[in-house]
Structures are given as structure tokens and as C-alpha cells.
Design a protein around this ligand. Sequence first.
Ligand SMILES: Cc1cc2nc3c(=O)[nH]c(=O)nc-3n(C[C@H](O)[C@H](O)[C@H](O)COP(=O)(O)OP(=O)(O)OC[C@H]3O[C@@H](n4cnc5c(N)ncnc54)[C@H](O)[C@@H]3O)c2cc1C
Length: 338
Amino acid sequence: MTDLPDLTDLPDSRELPDSPDMLAVVATRDGVYPASGLEAIAECHGRAVVFDIDGLQPAVLATWLVGVVDDIENIAAVVLPGSPDGRDLAPCLAALLQWPLLAGAVSVEPGGATVARRGGLVLEHHAIDTPFVATLQPGVRGIPADLQTPAIGVPGSPGSPNRPSSPGSPGPDPVVVSVSTPDASELDLVEASRILAVGAGLKHEGFVELAGRVAAELGMSLGATRVITDWGWLPFERQIGTTGAMINPDVYVALGISGAVQHISGLGEPDHIVSVNTDGNCPMAAMAETNLVCDAQRMLIALADRLQLEVDPGLRELVLETNQESTPGATGDAGQDD
Ligand SMILES: Cc1cc2nc3c(=O)[nH]c(=O)nc-3n(C[C@H](O)[C@H](O)[C@H](O)COP(=O)(O)OP(=O)(O)OC[C@H]3O[C@@H](n4cnc5c(N)ncnc54)[C@H](O)[C@@H]3O)c2cc1C
């Protein structure tokens, strides 16, 4: 038989003047707090329910938590840490309570939250005049040295007499149908250690698509210049530069990229830069460790062939057409089919 956290034993934060209505809900594992667990409690000025997962599934815990939340008056927001368990629990709880969910908040207050979007580039404030559930991103706020943390309780298991009343029985928990290997080419650019980036020099959307497959095969993340995202050939999330993602990979390969200041100022300090450009004097070539003065389209096709990837015959024809008008000064032969 397990014990429920004693809600009467919560820190008396109701006396706090500036955040009386928020409740942190923090799930620990074997007594260990998750990332941003203490931050969530600090965000709610110490008013919290802390319990150990104790092997229970999110839907079961969420149902139990509905009973807990129902027993507390005037809750304007329930704040969970943006940890794996918090992110599992939050949508279940929001769905059962029928409250809005604001995920990835950097700050929460009664009446709204500020959430980070587009990889942290944009902060959006959402004002909400109903109670809501929010998850707090790790590392976005400090933890006061004198933060009082409530004792860690253990929720009653389903059917336990200790279990508070809750509306309805827990729904079925998600079942794992399959586990997919993350696609490196779609990895968040900010976290990627190897990036293949495409620029206007590729000239045709088909080559950008091919670059995506080559990147995936090589375990690289696909990035782009603003020209490419402006043309709609890749989503904004793939844009590198002052108005895109600020990256810092070990390896950065630039295909048909001139190296405009707005682009290279987002590169960080890659250990290795490879430039593939018909213009051996462009800024990207000047900063590259390896400078291949050649046609990026041909280079891509050669790479795809080497990797035994399917190549649209139309792209091969485009390459031939491009070559007929190719830059006379090109000196590299990295684009040869061998
Ligand atoms: C306010 C502002 C913010 C901006 N923010 C960003 C940003 O965040 N990120 C960003 O990237 N840009 C940004 N830009 C745009 C930036 O100024 C450049 O226009 C852009 O980076 C150029 O992209 P590009 O290198 O793909 O194209 P281009 O500058 O047109 O370069 C194309 C390159 O391809 C080469 N080339 C041509 N044909 C071939 C071939 N067959 N094979 C190989 N190479 C070839 C050319 O020699 C050239 O060097 C911003 C601009 C402004 C005004």
C-alpha cells in the first residue's frame, strides 16, 4: 500500500503575494528530481505536489492528479517540468482537466505564459483567462538557495483506498508501435555536429532534395541559406545565420554558398569547413579548410552515385545543360562521376 503526498503539508505559499495560484506538479524517479523540477517549484513559489513515479503510467498518474488538483481551490496554472516525465504527463493532465496546454514555457504566471518557439529564436506570450497546464523548459530560471521543497510522496496505485476520487477511470496508455531511428538530416541544426548546407548555387529544388538524402546517408544534418528557405525549398528551421539557427558543428560542408556575412555569422567555429563552389574567390571559399572549385550539382550526383542512391534522370540532364554554360574558371574535378 502506498501513501499519498500530504497536501496539507505543502509549503504555505498561499501567503506569498505574487503567485498564489500556481501549482507545480513534479514527478521524481527513485527520489531524484528531474531537470527543471526544482525550477518548476520555484516558478510556483514553492507550492508543489511532488511524488515518485513508482512505476505508474502517465495516464494513471494524470487521473490521480486530476483528483489532487480538484481538491485545491483557485489554481490558475499547473506547472510541470519540461523533463521526459513532465512532457508525458502534461498533455494527459491537460486533456483530462480540459485545460489548455502551453508546452515549452520559459516563464509562467497566473493568466499566461511565455513560450519559446522556433528553436528558441522567438518568444511568444500567451494570455489565458482560464486555468491551464504548462511545461517549463529546463535551465531558463534560477533556483533560490532557500527554496523549500515538499516531501516526496507516492501516489496511490489504481484501486488503492488511498487513491483520491477522480472523474472516470484512466484511459489506455500509449502502446509503442515502433521505435524509429532519428533521421540525422532532420536533427535540430543547433545540436548537429556535422552539417551539409545548401545554397543558391544548387539552382534547382531537385538538387536540394537530393542533398537531403545524401546528408541522411552520411549522417549529416541538412542546413540552408536564406535564399533556399525564401524560395520555399526547405523550411525555415533549416536556415542558418543571423535570422536562422546559430550552429557550431565540427564539420560544415557548404554546397553553392557564397558566404554572405548574415550566413557565416551563424556558423560558430566549425573545426572543418568544406566549400564547394564554382567561384574559388567567394568568402566561403576564403574561410574553408578544403576548397573545392567545382560544380556543386555534379558533386552531389557523384556523391549520390557513390552512395548508391537513386537519382532522378532529369537532374542528370540538368547537370549536362549547366555544364555547357559552366564557369570557365572552375578548376576542381570533384564532380566527376568517379
Ligand atoms: C536582414 C538580412 C538577414 C539575413 N539573414 C540571413 C540568414 O540568417 N542566413 C542566410 O543564409 N542569409 C541571410 N540573409 C541573406 C544573405 O545576405 C545572402 O543573400 C544569402 O546568405 C546568400 O545565400 P547563398 O549563398 O545561397 O546565395 P548567393 O549569395 O547567391 O551565392 C550562391 C553561390 O553559389 C555559387 N554557385 C553558382 N553556381 C554554382 C554551381 N553550379 N556549383 C557551385 N557553386 C555555384 C556562386 O558562385 C555563389 O557563391 C540575410 C539578409 C538580410 C538582408
